[in-house]
Structure formats: structure tokens, C-alpha cells
Design a protein around this ligand. Structure first.
Ligand code: PHE
Length: 451
């Protein structure tokens, strides 16, 4: 049994679960990944599928994960195993937790590299590097940064150290106080950027059209998979992360209300990010499909022209870094908890091992942007970074989510789920078929058409 089981704690205050779950959900997935994937997949039609996935797959599955976690009050690996034992299902369900551990390690190894970019941009913005810099040089600055493996490795290392220190000291301490200020601050700064995009770029209408006028000729099977993957990624679903947090949720919290708030806030932040970024992209003649650099290049261009841009920009990237940190913690936690449980390691020891492994795999992602970016290092036209991103977001998370849905929908039993979820009968009768049939079927159909 791990320490977290023995302590069997719940979050100190009712709002803390919401804060922690939102902290996990809101991160680079919303600010960095959503805009660039949207740009690569042609805008409106992609966003429509993404929103449908959030509503019909994401929300029911989020409620399922949180309920299973709260019901078992265990860390995810033990949770699936002990739940299975408890209800007389096969012990191999524990495998879903193990897959989650692996997925978290794989995601964080590229997530940390991108968070490193945000740290570097925080530093450079505050230092005034971008003040008055012409748009094309801002693009060049980004290319030069990712071409330099040493710089990327340094920031990746700093980010992993920060994540490790927080995880190693236990999830509650760092989180509860910090996030209360940081999350609202991020939200306010995002609204300011939106205001800038509306009033200063002259391209807001075009951005709205790009994002909300679906052009279905742009929608390939690959875009549908990407939309589903983005929905799982941004809501931290499919790797039992939300189960871990659910285990700490007090009984008196309403699961439907909290999950709706998390999914709603998360979607709102992503949409605001898109509405702030695309007007800048169009105003400065950049490509919406520019790829992973989109957030960094577009936002920096706006900051370079703004009065107090160095401060506003520095603050913005600082908040992006913190949002990434609160997600990184939740990516690392399952692996650390697993080592503690399985091998009786100390929390510190487990954190060092997991952190070092992620750091090492992350070096492959660092190199994907420079020394390994050539065709001879690619597999199916994808770099190491592309492969990790694709495998985790588009395959592993949806598969993990599908298994959780099958478990919650078919194995747990109607009465237990109904009691734990606390949904009205009508809503429960909506949740049940979505979880039992729609979610597994949708994931399978979407994945199979891709093959
Ligand atoms: N949801 C996080 C983000 O959007 C990433 C994440 C994925 C975190 C899976 C935990 C689990 O940045």
C-alpha cells in the first residue's frame, strides 16, 4: 500500500479538486497544441469535431474517471486492480493503469521540451529581447532557438527539475496555494490578449470565420483522429490522471457539476487562445499551418509592438509555464505512485527515477527539432517528437479512455455508478449509453478508419 492510500486524504477544501483538475486539464494542450493543430487541420470543421468529441466523449468519460477514482479511493493502478477484484472482474484491468503510467511518461518527455520553450520566452521577453523586433526576425529567432540543442536541453532540464521537486514533495503542498492565484491570473491575461486581438489587428472577423465556419472539404480522416486526440489530451483523459484526482475528491462534491466546470473552463481557454492567436497570424501574414511554433511566434509578434510588451509578454509566458507545470505534475504522478506501490520505493526515490527517465527520452524530442530533423531520422515522415505526440494523443489516450468507459459502463454495475455519479435519472440515462456504447464505438470506428 502506498502512503497516499494510508493517508486516504481528501482535498482540504471543496474547491481544491476543481482547481487541481483544472490545473491538470489547462496547459500546453489549450495554449500551444490546440491553436497549432487547428491551424494544421484547416480550422472550422476540425473545431466542430473537436467540440463534439469534448461533449460526447470527453465529458462522460471525465465523469467516469472521477467516479471510479472517488469510489475506490486508490491511486489509479491499484484503483483499476482493486476495483476489478472488488466487483469480480478480471485482474488484467490493472493493465489500463499501467498503460496510463507509460502514456504519462511519454507525453511529459515532449511536453517538458515545449514548456522549456515557454521558459526561454519568459526570460527573453522580460529581458526586452523582442521589444520592437520586426516580425520576420521574430520568426527567425524561433527557428534559431529550436536549432540549438544545448539551449533546448538546458530549459528542458530546468522544467523537469521544477516538476520533480513539486511531485517529490507530495501533490498537495505546492498545488493548493499557488494555483489559486495563477489560474485566475492566466485567465485575465488571456482576456487582455483577446481584447488586443479584437481591437488592434483588424483581422478578428477573419479569425472567427476561420475557426467557426466549417469547410468540410478540409476534413480528412486524419483531422477527425486529431480532433478526438486533442479532446482526450486537453482534458487529461485516458491515462487515469483524473482518477487519481477523483480519489481525493470529498463525497459532498458534485461530480457532474465539477466535471462540467473543468470541461467548460478548459474549452473556453482553448477557444480564447485561438481567437487571440489567429487574428495576429492573419494580420502579419503568417501561415495558420505553421506548426508547433505558432503560439510562440504569433504572441511574441504582438508583444513586440505593444507598449509594455516586454512585461506583458514575460508575464504571459510565465503563466504558460505555470499552466504547463500544473499539468506536468499530473503527468508524472501516476508513474511515481506506481513505483511506490509496486516496489515500495520512497516518494523521493521514485520521483528521481521517473524524472530521469522522462528527461532522457526528452532528449530525443530536443533533437527532433535540429540534429534529428532530417529525412533520414524520420519514420513515416515523422520525427521522434511527432511520433511520441501522435502515439500518445491519437492512439494511447483514446484507447485508455475506451477501456475505462467499458469498465465503468459494463463492469461496475448500474447502481454503483448511479450512486457515485449523483446524476438525475434522466441525465444518467443519457450518460449510460454514451459511456457504454457510443464512446467505445466511436473510438474504435475512428481508429479503424485510420488504418
Ligand atoms: N491536459 C494537459 C494539457 O492540456 C495535458 C495532459 C494530458 C495532462 C494528459 C495530463 C494527462 O496541457
Amino acid at each position: 500500500m502506498s502512503t497516499s492510500n494510508q493517508e486516504n486524504q481528501t482535498w482540504k477544501s471543496k474547491g481544491t479538486f476543481l482547481l487541481a483538475a483544472a490545473g491538470s486539464a489547462i496547459g500546453l494542450g489549450n495554449l500551444w497544441r490546440f491553436p497549432y493543430i487547428t491551424g494544421e487541420n484547416g480550422g472550422g470543421a476540425f473545431i466542430l469535431v473537436y467540440l463534439l468529441c469534448v461533449l460526447m466523449l470527453g465529458l462522460p468519460l471525465l465523469m467516469a474517471e472521477v467516479s471510479l477514482g472517488r469510489y475506490s479511493r486508490r491511486s489509479p493502478i491499484t484503483a483499476m486492480g482493486s476495483l476489478a477484484r472488488h466487483i469480480g472482474a478480471s485482474r488484467s484491468w490493472a493493465g489500463v493503469g499501467i498503460m496510463g503510467v507509460l502514456t504519462g511518461v511519454m507525453i511529459l518527455s515532449f511536453y517538458s521540451v515545449i514548456a522549456g520553450w515557454a521558459m526561454s520566452y519568459t526570460y527573453e521577453s522580460f529581458a526586452g529581447t523582442f521589444t520592437g523586433m520586426p516580425a520576420d526576425e521574430i520568426g527567425k529567432f524561433f527557428s534559431n532557438m529550436i536549432a540549438d540543442p544545448v539551449t533546448l536541453t538546458i530549459w528542458h532540464t530546468v522544467f523537469m527539475l521544477a516538476s520533480g521537486i513539486i511531485v517529490g514533495r507530495g501533490i498537495h503542498k505546492g498545488l493548493e496555494s499557488g494555483l489559486k492565484i495563477m489560474m485566475p491570473a492566466l485567465f485575465i491575461l488571456m482576456l487582455l490578449m483577446l481584447l488586443y486581438a479584437i481591437t488592434q489587428t483588424g483581422q478578428f472577423g477573419r479569425a472567427v470565420e476561420f475557426m467557426f465556419k466549417p469547410d468540410f472539404s478540409e476534413l480528412s480522416v486524419n483531422s477527425i483522429i486529431a480532433a478526438m486526440g486533442q479532446a482526450f489530451f486537453t482534458l487529461s483523459l485516458g491515462m487515469c490522471t483524473m482518477m487519481t484526482y477523483g480519489a481525493y475528491m470529498p463525497k459532498e462534491n458534485s461530480i457532474p457539476v465539477t466535471c462540467l466546470s473543468v470541461a467548460g473552463l478548459d474549452t473556453l481557454i482553448a477557444i480564447i487562445a485561438g481567437l487571440s492567436i489567429f487574428p495576429i497570424v492573419f494580420a502579419f501574414g503568417m501561415e495558420a499551418s505553421a506548426g508547433p511554433g505558432l503560439l510562440f511566434i504569433s504572441m511574441t509578434t504582438a508583444f513586440s509592438q505593444m507598449s509594455f510588451g516586454a512585461i506583458v509578454g514575460g508575464l504571459f509566458f510565465l503563466l504558460v509555464t505555470i499552466a504547463a507545470l500544473s499539468s506536468a505534475i499530473s503527468l508524472m504522478e501516476p508513474a511515481v505512485a506506481w513505483l511506490q506501490e509496486r516496489f515500495g520505493m520512497s516518494r523521493a526515490g521514485a520521483t528521481v527515477i521517473v524524472g530521469a527517465l522522462i528527461w532522457f527520452v526528452g532528449l530525443g524530442c530536443v533533437l527532433s527539432f535540429n540534429l534529428w530533423s532530417g529525412e533520414e531520422y524520420k519514420l513515416f515522415g515523422k520525427t521522434f517528437f511527432d511520433i511520441l505526440d501522435y502515439l500518445t494523443a491519437n492512439l494511447m489516450l483514446p484507447l485508455g479512455g475506451m477501456l475505462v468507459a467499458i469498465f465503468a459502463g459494463w463492469k461496475m454495475g448500474r447502481n454503483k455508478m448511479m450512486k457515485e455519479l449523483g446524476l438525475s435519472t434522466t441525465l444518467f440515462n443519457l450518460w449510460m449509453p454514451l459511456t457504454r456504447i457510443f464512446a467505445p464505438a466511436a473510438v474504435l470506428v475512428i481508429l479503424f478508419t485510420s488504418l
